[in-house]
Design a protein around this ligand. Structure first.
Ligand code: OSB
Ligand code: MG
Length: 372
């Protein structure tokens, strides 16, 4: 039995070590909502809402997530009794969408449940990978030289796969420049929906010459049909990110032939219940998956590590070391990556990292608690 008696929201402002730029814009500082849930026994769990500061990647953003969680979602969960964390997502099903907000609460409940059981969350989820393979996502830079330098540094650190962001006008020439210096590295591109099948199919055909592992989300999120057209026209595997917000989307993508790989993000799909369903469906269909990132602080990062231990996660994800983002993370210890480009699944209970509450306090700009 699980009965959440309070949900506390905390907004922290956390400057990035280096700005991060995608086809939809540049971020210097994160505004992150942390979710702390507590039950009648005083047990606690932590989650992180992974939306951005503007509705660029998805339609959720920090302020919309705050009011939605406070006024709509938390009241659907606080004081309700369910048999397990796996039922929390369904408690919120009268609210359409807002999956990142739902995920903040849902993942916190899974952490609490694993802590009460006295097991690492990744084991509680059915994880099998004791070490996860790590790649990095490199944003758009001010110059090609800066990009090449960044690629070199990440390869030197041991990361197993490099992904670069592209946007119209800054695509093939970046890939070509990287391939000239690094002919053999495992390389992907992520377009964050910036292209169209009508005008850009020849570009993606040309990218086929560069032995890319995948092309991530070239077209609009809702456009599975156009992704299927593009996948038929190009040699490189298409990976869907923004398009896959539910198990139904994932199965439609497979049926249409819209991609050959999925990126799974906890926030985008509404938490572990849906993420696990997508992972097992993908595994049944022979679709490899990997865990995406949303520039998470430590709590979100810890949840991504747990998710990545599920058996279908066979490709290096975007889960990387805390130090790439933060001068000091909000968890202890921070996430570190081995020379082989791996992260060990933690042995501690729940998410397996302690929340540094003094650090959180110092970064807090607002707090709100909903009680039963
Ligand atoms: O598309 O994967 C994406 C960051 C913000 C929004 C969308 C994306 C990303 C990343 C960064 O690629 C992944 C990370 O390092 O957290
Ligand atoms: Mg992406």
């Amino acid at each position: 039995m699980l009965k959440i008696t309070s949900i506390q929201l905390t907004e922290i402002n956390l400057p990035l070590v280096h700005f991060f730029e995608t086809s939809f814009g540049r971020t210097y500082e994160r505004r992150i909502i942390l979710v702390r849930v507590e039950d009648a026994d005083g047990a606690e769990g932590w989650g992180e809402v992974t939306c951005g500061e503007v509705p660029g990647y998805s339609d959720e953003w920090t302020d919309s997530a705050w009011v939605t969680t406070e006024k709509i979602l938390a009241p659907m969960v606080v004081g309700r009794e369910v048999s397990a964390a796996s039922e929390i997502f369904d408690l919120m099903n009268r609210a359409r969408g807002h999956r990142m907000s739902k995920s903040g609460i849902e993942t916190a409940c899974w952490d609490l449940e694993a802590k009460k059981l006295g097991v690492p969350l990744w084991k509680h989820l059915g994880g099998v990978n004791r070490e996860i393979a790590c790649g990095v996502s490199i944003g758009l830079k001010d110059s090609t030289e800066a990009l090449l330098e960044s690629v070199g540094r990440e390869i030197e650190s041991g990361y197993q796969r490099i992904k670069i962001k592209i946007k119209p006008g800054r695509d093939a020439q970046l890939v070509e420049a990287i391939r000239r210096v690094f002919p053999d590295i495992t390389l992907s591109v992520d377009a964050n929906s910036a292209y169209s099948v009508e005008t850009d199919t020849p570009l993606f055909q040309r990218l086929g010459e560069f032995n890319l592992l995948m092309i991530e989300q070239p077209l609009a999120p809702g456009d599975l049909v156009d992704h299927a057209k593009l996948q038929r026209a190009v040699a490189t595997a298409i990976c869907l990110d923004e398009s896959i917000v539910s198990l139904a989307n994932a199965e439609h993508a497979v049926e249409l032939g819209a991609c050959r790989i999925f990126n799974i993000k906890l926030g985008r799909v509404g938490g572990y219940s849906e993420a696990k369903d997508i992972e097992s469906s993908a595994r049944a269909h022979g679709i490899p998956v990997w865990c995406g990132g949303m520039l998470e602080a430590g709590i979100g990062r810890a949840h991504n590590i747990a998710l990545s231990t599920l058996p279908g996660f066979t490709l290096p994800g975007d889960v990387s070391a805390s130090e790439r983002y933060w001068s000091e993370d909000i968890i202890d210890p921070p996430v570190t990556v081995s020379r082989e480009g791996t992260i060990k699944a933690p042995t501690g209970h729940g998410i397996g990292f302690a929340v540094n509450e003094a650090r959180v306090e110092a970064l807090t700009v607002r707090r709100e608690t909903l009680r039963f």
